[in-house]
Design a protein around this ligand. Structure first.
Ligand code: XIL
Length: 310
């Protein structure tokens, strides 16, 4: 790796998604994470489907382990995520409306209080918009109405007033109908006094689709209304197998994401969705694509890493 760790060359939080199992079982994985990053985001360990798969039976083991690791190694934690239609237990989805509201409130209060003072920022809601900027039709929307979004931010704030609270989504890197809708909603919520601090821009890119247009202008418009931004889940997929040209394009995309965040005030964090191709969600979800991370399967830095940290 470069002589100076990535976290030491930037005044932004620089993080990675992390899995508790690998943190416990792979010392080389743990060593690179500890050396290079100063924020961690639990990849699955704080999702509802993990912490309360069965009603009333909580499993905090993975989340606790990651938070403990972060405290020991002086890293911040991005909590991910409180309200999401995916990885949502079936028992929650099946609740009648009146019960869902109370259960959602309890879920948020229980989880946020458990880690009070230990989470820098929470992804309170995840992926609530469609590509055309309309609201995604989830069980939360169907049963509680669009107003559930304001409610969940208020509940999270009451449980830990010190944590920054974010709305998080994908395909909102550039200016487009979806990011326009995010912008409008955040503006409205803030006018209403709802405690929302930031917008998380996931940053799942593919070299096949081009770099998003007007990325910096998009970050800048949020800064102008006093809203933080964070790149929360950056990775850049490559049609397999990777070759030097593809890796160079990948490096350029990572570089543009990184430079834009550093060029715009209030972009406070750059977090990648995993740091090694050894453990990435990409090949499982996007057949024919992979090699999306800064480090290869042997934990060697790739051209993208050297683009950020020459
Ligand atoms: C993914 C995880 O990486 C996988 O391990 C899991 O099987 C599915 O979820 N957007 C998000 C993340 O906000 O929570 C997703 O994480 C990736 C897309």
């Amino acid at each position: 790796a470069a002589s100076v760790p990535l976290k030491n060359i930037t005044n932004r939080y620089v993080g990675s998604a992390v899995a508790a199992t690998y943190l416990a079982s792979e010392s080389d994985y743990r060593a690179v994470l500890t050396r290079e990053f100063d924020n961690v985001t639990p990849e699955n360990e704080m999702k509802w489907g993990t912490v309360e798969a069965v009603r009333g039976q909580y499993d905090w083991s993975g989340a606790d382990a990651i938070v403990r690791y972060a405290q020991r190694t002086h890293k911040t934690v991005r909590g991910h995520t409180l309200v999401w239609h995916s990885q949502l237990p079936d028992w929650v989805a099946a609740l009648p409306a009146d019960e869902l509201r109370g259960v959602l409130r309890d879920h948020i209060t229980t989880e946020v209080k458990r880690y009070k003072g230990k989470i820098r920022a929470w992804d309170v809601v995840n992926e609530i918009f469609n590509e055309d900027g309309t609201r995604r039709d989830t069980v939360f929307r169907q049963k509680l109405g669009d107003g559930f979004v304001a409610d969940v931010f208020r509940w999270a704030h009451a449980a830990d007033p010190g944590a920054k609270l974010y709305l998080n989504d994908y395909n909102i890197e550039g200016v487009n109908p979806k990011s326009d809708a995010v912008y409008d909603l955040v503006k409205t919520l803030r006018r209403q006094g709802v405690p929302i601090d930031g917008v998380g821009i996931q940053g799942h890119l593919s070299i096949q689709y081009g770099f998003p247009g007007e990325y910096r202008a998009n970050l800048a418009r949020f800064a102008r209304i006093g809203v933080e931004t964070a790149v929360t889940e950056a990775d850049v997929r490559i049609p397999t197998p990777p070759d030097p040209a593809k890796l160079a394009t990948q490096a350029s995309y990572f570089g543009q994401l990184w430079d834009g965040c550093h060029a715009v005030s209030r972009c406070v964090e750059f977090t990648t969705w995993g740091f090694t191709d050894r453990h990435s969600w990409v090949p499982d979800v996007f057949p024919g694509e992979g090699a999306a991370c800064l480090f290869d399967e042997n934990l060697h830095p790739k051209p993208a890493y050297y683009r950020l940290n020459p």
